[in-house]
Each structure stands twice: as C-alpha cells, then as structure tokens.
Design a protein around this ligand. Structure first.
Ligand SMILES: O=C(CO)[C@@H](O)[C@H](O)COP(=O)(O)O
Length: 199
C-alpha cells in the first residue's frame, strides 16, 4: 500500500451512513479487504447512527480501533464496554460543537479521544481553529487525571501548514485526507509531515 511504504503509521477508515452524516462510504467488507493489504493498524471511525448494531461486524472485519461518536450513542458506556470486551482499542469522537466535558464520566474507559476539527461528512474542509484550544484542554485534563496513555486524535483539515501547531497543542495522532490523497506527490507529503513531527 502506497501510504504504508511512504511512512504512514495507521490507516483511518471513515464509515458514513448517509444519516448521521450526509454521505455514504464503506462498510465492513471494504474494511476486511483493506486489512488484507496492510500491516498498519486500522482505525475505524464510525460516523453512523445506531453504531451498536454494527460493532461486531467491524471488529470481525479487522478493526484495531473502533471509534464511535458521542452524538450517536444513547448508551455510550455500554457501547464502549462492547468494544473493549472484544480486545481492541476504543475511541470516542466529538463533533466541533460538542464540549469535552460530556466525556468526563467515561473518559477513563477510553484508549482514544477523537477531536473532530471539521464537521464530519466530507473531506477537503477547512480546519476549525477553535479545535486547537480543545486539544490543549484535553491534553491538560488527561495530564491532571493521570490518563496520559489515552491518545488524542485530530481529524479534518490537517495540512503541512497546520500540522505542527496541532501536534504542539497535544495531539498524538493526526488524520490526513486531502493533503495526501489530492497531492501530486503523496509520498513526499507524508515524508514532510513525518519530518515536521520528528517521526
Ligand atoms: O472524517 C472526516 C470527515 O468526515 C475526515 O477524516 C476527513 O475526511 C479528513 O479529510 P481531510 O479533511 O484531511 O480532507
């Protein structure tokens, strides 16, 4: 896989259902086909309503992380436990309008928090600048609560121009779509980003 050879560390897969977000992408069959073509961890981001009905299928398809949205889960704690019981990593994503405090009572159950830095649904959008203070705030909270093993992931509008600021604010994982896939030279972009991040 090109991005793996170029130095990507993880494959982030956007699953969209045309309900929670106004776009439709892939399902478990595609996740399992990608699993066969890479050794990188698969980070499956479920932008779907009623994710609890589909967790088993994405776990069986080979997800190493499953991330569900705070906004789609009526019984978030139960859904987190279902993912954890399968032995893979669990993440919770928050939309740009959702304050981090909604995670206060479940955050210690998590492996990852995904801060959406665009409104979910489409690639190619502009990074929402307020996300920087959100990343700082989460990073500070994790430090204060002795939860620094929880990874902070940032998704949407990441480019060569802002990746340093995003990383310095405290993110551990940055998801990059258009900046790589719409580039004339994706390998070079990955290598430049890795060098900015000292990877
Ligand atoms: O989940 C989403 C959008 O819903 C993101 O993963 C974006 O698709 C990332 O793409 P760019 O913003 O980097 O183009």
């Amino acid at each position: 896989m090109m991005v793996e050879k170029a130095g990507a560390q993880l494959i982030h897969l956007d699953v969209m259902d045309g309900h929670f977000v106004p776009n439709i992408t892939i399902g478990p069959l595609v996740v399992s086909a990608i699993k066969e073509r890479t050794n990188l961890p698969l980070d499956v981001h479920l932008m779907i309503e009623k994710p609890e009905q589909y967790l088993r299928q994405f776990i069986d398809a080979g997800a190493d992380y499953v991330t569900i949205h705070y906004e789609t889960c009526t019984h978030l704690h139960r859904d987190i436990q279902s993912i954890k019981e399968s032995g893979i990593k669990v993440g919770v994503a928050v939309n740009p309008h959702t304050p981090l405090c909604v995670l206060d009572d479940i955050i210690d159950e998590l492996d990852l928090v995904l801060i959406m830095s665009v409104n979910p649904g489409f690639g190619g959008q502009r990074f929402i600048q307020n996300s920087i203070s959100k990343i700082y705030q989460l990073s500070k909270t994790l430090e204060e609560r002795n939860l620094e093993h929880i990874e902070i992931e940032v998704d949407g509008g990441v480019t060569l121009n802002n990746i340093k600021e995003i990383s310095s604010a405290g993110s551990d994982i940055v998801v990059v779509g258009s900046a790589i896939y719409k580039s004339q030279n994706p390998t070079k972009i990955i290598s430049q980003m890795n060098s900015i991040l000292s990877i």
